[in-house]
Design a protein around this ligand. Structure first.
Ligand SMILES: *Cc1c(COP(=O)(O)O)cnc(C)c1O
Length: 372
């Protein structure tokens, strides 16, 4: 069968290897495997979420509440916004997809950092749009502005903090940039501010915190994205949200599939949002444990990017090769993310629990030693 020509250039997104696949390939038991590849919450999910899912299981036969009233009102309260200023998606991924469909077509350009979340470019290709990346791999706003002037992009993606590198722009520089873009584009360029790891960044450094309500007050052309997949521990439930002015939200609503978030996912997200203590513990332990990876890197002469997220990226120099290292880790049941697909000799490791990290660091130590 022939498919649309657009499909020929679209890569298939490579998710972190699932635990089941590693069990089959290496003959390992589930308990022997540590998955630190997709930035999921290693502490699992709040017990209140599990209770809520169980208590609502009997609702499986009915369609969800498509107004998503319960979750929207909690989000509205949390962020000091109105329900009309928010949209909920099957992961914030779905909102990224809707943004591309709303703003881009085959004549459009979108602008991203050199190394950033792969889905921006993949969704762009799905609508036939061209992606321009800045030459710096991390976010450099001067370069973003130059490329904005040169290419007049329909959408600019800022990943704050950035996945897969972990660096994070500050609030003030982001706002100064947004002012310029709003003015120069007369509010026509949509800026997507992807805050998938904002909970981590704002805990580590208050000057990185970007509040959706502040964006709404100042910018008509910006959408803020958040997700329940990371700090909130709901990767398996697929819930994310977008906050923007009503005009943008209404445009995205035209493209939204009906019932795009399941009843149990909505219930889980409400419970997760209300268990603030769980999220706080997750974040505190994350940064406590991250120090161990920083010390390990320093004592083994490995470069790393200071991280404002729940992962750390090691940038490897010769003779170390990321593919060899990730294969060696995999054979021991440890799944991490090689950044070879981003053309970088680098690896991204999600910060695990204390016990997981102890095991991973001792395996890594051996692998690095055997290289020498
Ligand atoms: C994980 C992630 C998302 C979205 O995740 P969903 O599970 O689709 O909500 C979006 N952006 C970045 C940068 C991410 O790392």
């Amino acid at each position: 069968m022939e498919f649309s020509q657009r499909l020929e250039s679209i890569p298939t997104y490579e998710a972190g290897k699932p635990i089941e696949e590693v069990m089959r390939t290496f003959g390992l038991k589930e308990g022997d495997i540590i998955k630190l590849a997709s930035n999921e919450n290693p502490y699992g999910t709040s017990p209140r979420v599990i209770e809520a899912i169980q208590a609502n299981a009997h609702k499986a036969a009915l369609y969800p509440d498509d107004s998503m009233y319960a979750l929207k009102s909690l989000l509205a309260k949390r962020f000091n916004i109105s329900q009309e200023q928010c949209i909920i998606g099957s992961g914030s991924d779905q909102i990224i997809e809707l943004c591309l469909h709303a703003k881009a077509d085959p004549n459009s350009v979108i602008l991203t950092a050199g190394t950033t979340f792969a889905m921006y470019a993949i969704y762009a290709k799905q609508v036939g749009a061209t992606t321009i990346c800045t030459s710096s791999s991390t976010h450099n706003l001067a370069e973003f502005y130059e490329s904005f002037l040169a290419y007049k992009p329909s959408i600019i993606f800022l990943c704050v903090p950035n996945n897969p590198l972990g660096e994070c722009l500050g609030r003030d520089e982001v706002f100064a940039f947004l002012e310029k873009i709003q003015k120069e584009s007369q509010g026509q360029t949509l800026v997507v501010l992807d805050g998938a790891y904002q909970e981590f960044a704002s805990y580590k450094d208050k000057s990185k915190q970007i509040l959706p309500s502040e964006i709404l007050e100042r910018f008509s052309n910006v959408i803020y994205l958040g997700t329940f997949s990371k700090a909130y521990g709901l990767g398996g439930m697929r819930v994310g949200y977008g906050v923007a002015n009503q005009e943008i939200i209404q445009a995205l609503y035209k493209l939204r599939p009906p019932f795009n978030v399941t009843t149990l996912s909505l219930v889980a997200a409400c419970a997760a949002l209300e268990d603030e203590a769980f999220v706080r513990q997750t974040i505190e332990q994350n940064f406590e444990q991250m120090c161990r990876y920083e010390k390990f890197a320093e004592s083994n002469n490995i470069r790393y990017i200071p991280s404002f997220t729940n992962f750390i990226t090691y940038v490897l120099d010769a003779p170390y090769q990321v593919d060899k290292i990730s294969e060696a880790l995999l054979a021991q049941g440890v799944i991490i993310r090689s950044l070879a697909s981003y053309k970088m000799n680098a690896m991204r490791i999600t910060i695990g629990t204390q016990a997981q990290n102890t095991k991973v660091l001792s395996i890594l130590e051996r692998i690095f030693c055997e290289y020498a």
